[in-house]
Design a protein around this ligand. Sequence first.
Ligand SMILES: [Zn+2]
Length: 95
Amino acid sequence: MQRIVHINAAETLGEIPIPVHVTAEDEHFAVLAVVVHAAEEWPAGPVCRNERVPHPCRLHRWGREVLRRRGLSDARVEELAARTRADLSRRGARR
Ligand SMILES: [Zn+2]
């Protein structure tokens, strides 16, 4: 959350557009983006575990911003993220 506040206008030019009206479907994809593009700790600093770019990557920032605009608290986002992580690992286990 804090990090989004630090993004200035110039950096925002490279951002993924945020939907004007954030729907339940947007919320679903945003949670998925936050989970799949989570931070992985490395000696040089956190990186996106999906893309290996400095964390938070564009998709992670997009997901956080969509969820913020949807009015979800950090606690609620964490709850949804935990559920999504569990779903993903269950699906992974079935393959
Ligand atoms: Zn990423």
